[in-house]
Ligand binder design. Structure first.
Ligand SMILES: [Zn+2]
Length: 465
């Protein structure tokens, strides 16, 4: 008998996401430190190992911890601030003013709320596209016990044909580059390797060629991810055509920055040449259904996600932000799959197996973390999400892959393990004081709303007595 730290045993359905996509009935995992030692049938694992701690997987479906490919931790306090607006008003009239109004403490609180939300929905890792207090994102994520890729948001064109940045965001090329790189130096591979850092030229139309090229060089040298929002609305494509005479990804190709460490978010409005460019340069992509559906960006209607996947592009799923409502990766999978079926009039497009691959293996690939997370296999990090099937959302349960994508909300996550540590057990989060966070959010929200200047825009339209 070998001693290990943790065994999860008696799992009704253990979905490994290994190369054969094996699913174990009555499955088990043995964990030593932060590493999975073995995955197999319960009786075999229990015969070979003795653990300091045993967790029952009875009436659960177990998955690799889900990876949210795109989640703005700084937007978690913005729910309801940007309803029913298009892309330009969304960014320049609502979200940038909101973000510019956040204090360092607000950003920390937003990231804490975001991390709690991740745990509650079975998400153990997320990629933050960058904000102005990335040290607070790192601090909150580290305390909550999950993983994230953090970044400093960098943009050096204050007035683009897409819109004008708030004064607080306006930076020179030099400062955008230096402060972005400082975050990489300070946080990459920090907190026992649970925090990684990336560079972010956050919106392509508000960044000069010079900044993007220099950032790509730095990302290559540091061996880190570089990311940007691209092609997420007709307006972003049209702005790129006006400014550069090229659509966004063709412009990035023309300045030589496409590559396998580049993550482009949305990629809904692609020119005929751009899918092949993404494939040729192994660019990573994140699809975010709920934000497109909520603000009518057209990423599903105009999108090519099924084709990109078919071509072998690593496309993950992202929940984007709370200002489009839900931040629930399992429901996001349902929305992406169902929205494509609807607009294509094709029930076979994006089946549930593909969505689970996007939320695990492809998410890990988009974070450049695929050697350590994304599947439940010996040698990988022990990031494990248990979903309780003792729920009307899960029953009957003929096929757990189908139910995970089409019926089960993320909130059915009951126990979550990150790097071998149990961060939530049977619905109780052990790393942070969840109630204290909720109290703090309620206390801060009127101040944030006032500072944002959106009080009149977001008040209920019906009489409040
Ligand atoms: Zn975004």
């Amino acid at each position: 008998m070998r001693d290990v730290d943790l065994i999860v045993h008696g799992v009704d359905w253990l979905i490994t996401m290994d190369s054969d996509r094996r699913i174990y009935r009555d499955g088990a995992l043995a964990v030593a430190g932060d590493i999975i030692v073995e995955v197999g049938k319960s009786d075999a694992i229990m015969q070979r190992y003795q653990a300091k701690r045993l967790l029952s997987g009875h009436r659960t479906v177990v998955l690799p911890g889900l990876v949210d490919g795109h989640l703005h931790s700084s937007f978690q306090m913005s729910r309801g601030l940007a309803d029913d607006v298009g892309s330009q008003e969304f960014l320049f009239g609502r979200m940038y003013p909101y973000e510019a109004a956040l204090s360092s403490e607000d950003s920390y609180l937003s990231a804490l709320l975001c991390a709690v939300n991740c745990i509650r929905h079975g998400v153990t890792c997320f990629i933050d596209p960058g904000n102005y207090h990335p040290e607070q994102t790192a601090k909150a994520v580290a305390e909550a016990g999950i993983r994230a890729v953090v970044a400093k948001s960098s943009m050096d064109i204050a007035h683009s044909s897409f819109g004008t940045l708030p004064p607080r965001f306006q930076e020179t090329t030099e400062s955008a580059l230096t402060t972005g790189l400082d975050v990489v130096k300070q946080f990459h591979n920090s907190h026992n390797g649970r925090i990684r850092a990336s560079l972010s030229f956050r919106g392509v139309n508000n960044c000069t060629d010079d900044l993007i090229q220099k950032m790509k060089e730095c990302a290559d040298q540091a061996g880190v991810l570089i990311q940007a929002h691209a092609c997420f609305a007709k307006e972003t494509r049209d702005a790129s055509m006006r400014q550069h005479g090229l659509p966004e990804i063709e412009r990035l190709h023309s300045i030589g920055v496409l590559g396998s460490n580049l993550l482009l978010v949305h990629c809904g409005w692609l020119s005929p040449k751009e899918p092949e460019l993404l494939r040729e340069f192994d660019v990573k992509v994140v699809a975010c259904a709920s934000s497109s559906l909520h603000n009518a960006y057209g990423n599903i209607l105009m999108g090519s996600i099924p084709e990109l996947l078919e071509m072998g592009v690593a496309v993950s799923v992202g929940s984007d932000h709370a200002c489009s409502g839900i931040v629930d990766l399992p429901t996001e999978m349902f929305m992406l799959s169902s929205a494509y079926k609807e607009v294509r009039l094709d029930p076979k497009v994006l089946p549930p197996e593909r969505l689970l691959e996007m939320a695990t293996l492809n998410g890990a690939a988009c974070a450049l973390w695929q050697n350590e997370i994304g599947s439940l296999e010996a040698g990988k990090k022990a990031d494990i999400s248990l979903f309780s099937t003792d729920s009307s959302d899960w029953l009957p349960l003929y096929n757990p892959v189908s139910n995970m994508v089409y019926s089960a909300p993320g909130a059915t996550a009951s126990t979550v393990i990150v790097a071998g540590a149990v961060v939530m057990e049977k619905g109780k989060i052990s790393t942070v004081d969840e109630q204290a966070i909720y109290e703090a959010v309620l206390e801060r929200q009127p101040h944030i709303l006032e500072a944002t200047g959106l009080t009149a825009s977001v008040a209920p339209k019906w009489p409040v007595i």
